[in-house]
Design a binder for this molecule. Structure first.
Ligand code: NA7
Length: 557
């Protein structure tokens, strides 16, 4: 019989969410026994896998970290206004070491499946060790857990386009989300497919270094400068002296990027003043700042949006010297995707060895032995083709694991009719004692503050229910999930975001259900929703009052 372990909490994923959740379980009084697993052979989640050149957080460094360890917050160094992938990874490794979390983790271990067991009042999970390539090693093992917490990450399942002849290409094909350790492509002729946040970063980083680079763009993007640069001692001192207020302001803001969002409409000021404000935001840098600090209606009002879009288009035309390249780089839709920023993206196209193909004009017809063929009959030859084609976001991360709730129904089946839904972004009806961190219909914000909000809500809820029962069952009602879904749908409809097709609505992967995957009400409102629900005696959760059964998960309390 397979070896069996019992824990109060099994956490899937050792990225930012999993790390904080594990710490919170161990800090509870009394602690929840917990095991955190990850198929990666290191901690870091997104920051473990996304090692592509130029990978960085586009949230400013001081706010892209945990807020709960004040001493570390004040002392842990960062060099520049934006943290790059190796630094984020280093920071997360440091947190794990500082808090002695590694002994509760089992890395290189994958969740094969999890089934809710009514008699047990918990989850029967099957896990297996995997090698660096993800192949199973040895026999699966059973873990019985009272609570299952998924910290799978929003964006972990790579999306590969279906291009005819993909296998024919003799060079190297690499997805940014699975960048091999130490891979150096600087001596190569490089093709980059995709121009989302990742594509923009990888192109900017590689353009000055590679022999040749061609960007294949289906939807040209609006990107503004990041404003990156070294952090001065004075700046750091200011941040340290104001950290409490900074976090307070962040939690009470919409997108949680550390700045105060604008309260004035775009058309309420003169054209000159509008231009001045846009220019100031352009000079300061940061994509979310450009969209939300300048005016309060760019993401909801078409006229306001046009003003912002035209300002950025003007900048693109003035930066890119070759008018034909500039034409191809000009966005053709409204400014309503995830806002981007960069460290010199448009300037990259001024190099003679860097070019752009607009796939709306000349689509890719096939991949050949040598590279990529486009509909104008041009064969673009490469040594390496980089797929910056994004992810099968949110539900993609879940659909590859078999998670079965009550009556044997899987999450995939639960989500089939409407797309991925939840109650408050953390629970699903008929999946008792399952909590999701950054699951579907959570807030659309800078991730760390939202993720902290969710982890704190989850741990408080578990504690609360533990006091009520020796066999706590926490389960959202179907009605509560329906209402939350409706709320998210309405909020999305009120924003311009739903007018562009992107991973936010599942529109980037063929066959995915089109539905909003976020709560667009902002972090402040989201926190209020949670608060109100708790005050209202956990409204939306079914009240179970069963006595303990014989075979329960052995509590380590
Ligand atoms: P995104 O934002 O989903 O971008 C993927 C890009 O790849 C985008 O430009 C897509 O064009 C393009 N794409 C996808 N499939 C194809 C095919 N078949 N042909 C050509 N181009 C394609 O992913 P990222 O990794 O950049 O960013 C995801 C998030 O990670 C980001 O928002 C940050 O939060 C971190 P499209 O726009 O769909 O026309």
């Amino acid at each position: 019989m397979a070896e069996q372990t019992d824990v109060d909490v099994l956490i899937i994923g050792a990225g930012m969410g999993g790390i904080y959740q594990l710490w919170s379980c161990l800090q509870s009084d009394p602690p929840f026994s917990a095991l955190c697993i990850d198929r990666a052979h290191g901690v870091g989640g997104t920051w473990y896998w996304n090692r592509y050149p130029g990978a960085m957080s586009d949230t400013e460094s001081y706010i892209y970290r945990f807020s709960w360890d004040k001493e570390d917050l004040l002392n842990y160094p960062w060099k520049e206004h934006y943290v790059k992938q190796p630094e984020v990874l280093g920071y997360l490794e440091h947190v794990v070491e500082r808090h002695g979390l590694a002994k509760w983790m089992q890395l290189g271990t994958e969740l094969l499946g999890a089934e809710w067991d009514d008699r047990l009042g918990g989850w029967r999970c099957e896990i297996v060790r995997v090698d660096e390539d993800g192949n199973p090693v040895g026999e699966p093992r059973t873990v019985r857990a009272r609570f299952l917490i998924t910290a799978l990450g929003l964006l972990s399942k790579a999306n590969f386009p279906d291009i005819p002849g993909m296998d024919r290409f003799k060079g190297r094909k690499v997805h940014t989300g699975a960048w091999p350790k130490g891979l150096d492509v600087t001596k190569d002729r490089v093709g980059v497919i995709g121009s989302g946040s990742t594509g923009v970063q990888v192109i900017t980083a590689l353009a000055p270094k590679v022999k040749k680079l061609v960007s294949f763009q289906r939807s040209p993007q609006y990107s503004v400068p990041s404003g990156d640069g070294p952090v001065s001692d004075d700046y750091r001192k200011w941040v340290n002296e104001n950290y409490d207020d900074i976090w307070k302001g962040t939690r009470n803001s919409m997108v949680a990027f550390g700045f105060k969002e604008s309260e004035i409409p775009t058309m309420s000021v003169s054209p000159e003043e509008r231009k001045r404000i846009f220019e100031e935001a352009w000079q300061k840098g940061n994509g979310f700042r450009f969209m939300f600090w300048t005016f309060n209606d760019i993401s909801v009002d078409r006229r306001a949006n046009d003003e912002a879009a035209n300002f950025i288009k003007g900048k693109i035309k003035s930066i890119v010297k070759d008018p034909e390249k500039a034409r191809k780089l000009l966005p053709r839709e409204i400014y309503a995707r995830r806002p981007l920023c960069d460290g010199g993206y448009y300037k990259s196209f001024n190099y003679d060895h860097v070019d752009v193909v607009n796939l709306k004009d000349t689509p890719i017809t096939e991949m050949t032995e040598k590279g990529i063929m486009t509909s104008d009959g041009v064969e673009h030859e490469f040594d390496t083709i980089i797929f910056a084609t994004g992810f099968d976001a949110i539900d993609g991360s879940y659909n590859r694991v078999r998670i079965r709730g009550r009556n044997g129904k899987s999450l995939k089946e639960h989500w089939a009719p409407l797309g991925p839904t939840s109650y408050l972004g953390v629970c699903c009806a008929n999946f008792p004692n399952l909590f999701m961190i950054t699951g579907p219909q959570g807030p659309f914000t800078n991730i760390p503050p939202s993720l902290e909000t969710q982890v704190e809500f989850i741990i408080d809820t578990m504690r609360h229910y533990r006091q009520r029962s020796s066999r706590p069952i926490i389960e959202a009602s179907e009605e509560a999930e329906k209402d939350w879904t409706e709320k998210c749908r309405k909020l999305a409809e009120d924003s311009l975001f739903h007018e562009t097709s992107s991973w936010i609505f599942g529109a980037n992967v063929g066959g995915k259900k089109y539905a909003t995957r976020f709560y667009f009400g902002g972090l402040k409102a989201y926190r209020k929703e949670l608060e109100r629900m708790v005050k209202d005696d956990y409204r939306g959760f079914i009240k179970h009052g069963e006595p303990a059964q014989d075979e329960t998960v052995r509590s380590m309390l």
